[in-house]
Ligand binder design. Sequence first.
Ligand SMILES: [Zn+2]
Length: 164
Amino acid sequence: MISSCDLGWIVGIIEGEGCIIFQHGPVIEVRMTDKDIIEKLHRLVKYSIMYSYDGYLRSDKTVYIFTLAGNPAVQWLMTIVSLLGVRRRSKAIEVINLWKSMPYKVDWRFLPQFCRRGHWLTEENIKISVRIGKHDILQRIINYSCRLCINENSVRRHNDIKAA
Ligand SMILES: [Zn+2]
């Protein structure tokens, strides 16, 4: 459980620096040059990811990026929507409504229920990674993969090496 103090802190950061968008699904993103803030946010928000980018907007500073995507992002939006200011609240409602209208249960590009081998893709079993677009760094390519399959593949590779 997150404390109300931490919840208030998170809302403040999202209100001040956050970006709520719909890109293949709901995404909450915060970009900052303050590594400690992004690290704290990442630590407090389960299923979030954190990465960094050097030379953002021709600056020599490293930008730290917090991203929360998919169903966990919608859960957070639903939790904080009433605490947000007018502009971000309307954006959050728009993203929640887009998510509701998506046929996400059958659209593997969004959040599939099962991987190709039939593993149940719970929030614990799904691995989310983000790539930045080659020509446009504002483009984020969000990939989902199955942790069980990743583990099976690494075990198989290990066995192949032993057999060889
Ligand atoms: Zn799998």
